[in-house]
Design a binder for this molecule. Structure first.
Ligand code: ZN
Length: 278
């Protein structure tokens, strides 16, 4: 893929599917990438809603669960994806960010023995649901269900994200939840923000990225649950780790804290339970 005239073009030279939204305004210079979930039940439904003037909302791109892409506005036009928002003392991120919407049902409620979207009333199989707290939940808040993202969708999002970072020299990747905390929960805990951001931002060779675990987390001998948990596992929430290497969503980490008397623990963890340290 490449970007020409602020439009995505596939490798064979054909433009990516383009459906122009009315929910946009004037020109802007993008500085950030903002990730969202649609809270809808299909990419097609979300595209048509975001092209309806009544929605008063749209993002630049919608990515379906099969990785299909639809662009709704040129990347240098303001789209209405962020709403009331603030980052590093500046408000109104629509004016300087590109928004990507991922087809995902978002929050799911347990009703009987099923996971249900309060929006669409559709049920989702247990395998597609992560039970977790949101990072902005108050301590003691019961965890809820979050619709998992598909691998195809995350891979396409990363490829497009890398292109956008490079083309527009974007400063950072943010979640809607980061720029509108309390009001918005997307892309939520099922989105692997730490590894997504690490992949898009890269890092200087002389810089060590520091992270913390967000829940009890096993450190394993290899990148997968089939590998044995190492002595010292599970790491308690809040343990500091440094990223050494990535294989998909699995990270090889150096554990910086002494855990259960084990020092110099190095092994593999799932990055979903790791967040950027402050
Ligand atoms: Zn959003």
């Amino acid at each position: 893929m490449k970007i020409q005239n602020h439009r995505l073009i596939a490798d064979d030279g054909t433009p990516v599917r383009y459906v122009e939204t009315p929910n946009k305004s004037g020109l802007m210079t993008p500085e950030y990438l903002v990730m969202h979930y649609t809270a809808g039940s299909s990419a097609e439904g979300s595209v048509s809603w975001m092209c309806n003037p009544a929605a008063k909302a749209a993002a630049h791109l919608v990515i379906g669960r099969d990785g299909s892409l639809t662009q709704l506005a040129p990347f240098n036009r303001v789209t209405w994806h962020a709403g009331k928002s603030e980052w590093e003392g500046r408000s109104g991120l629509n004016g300087f960010s590109i928004g990507i919407e991922l087809d995902n049902a978002g929050k799911l409620e347990r009703v009987g023995n099923r996971w249900i979207s309060a929006v669409s009333k559709r049920a989702y199989p247990d395998d597609d649901v992560l039970v977790a707290n949101h990072k902005h939940d108050r301590p003691g808040t019961p965890p809820i269900g979050w619709h998992e993202y598909s691998e195809a969708q995350l891979e396409v999002a990363a490829q497009v994200g890398l292109l956008l970072m490079e083309k527009y020299a974007l400063k950072d990747v943010l979640g809607h939840e980061d720029i509108a905390p309390g009001r918005k929960a997307d892309p939520g805990p099922a989105f692997p923000m730490a590894s997504f951001r690490a992949r898009l931002m890269g890092r200087a060779d002389d810089e060590v990225d520091h992270y913390v675990t967000t829940s009890a987390l096993n450190v394993r001998a290899g990148p997968g649950t089939e590998f044995a948990a190492l002595p010292g596992s599970p790491l308690p929430a809040g343990t500091r780790v440094a990223l050494l290497e990535q294989q998909g969503l699995w990270w090889r980490v150096d554990v910086l804290d002494t855990v259960s008397g084990v020092m110099d623990l190095v092994g593999w963890c799932h990055s979903r339970y790791i967040a950027r340290g402050s």
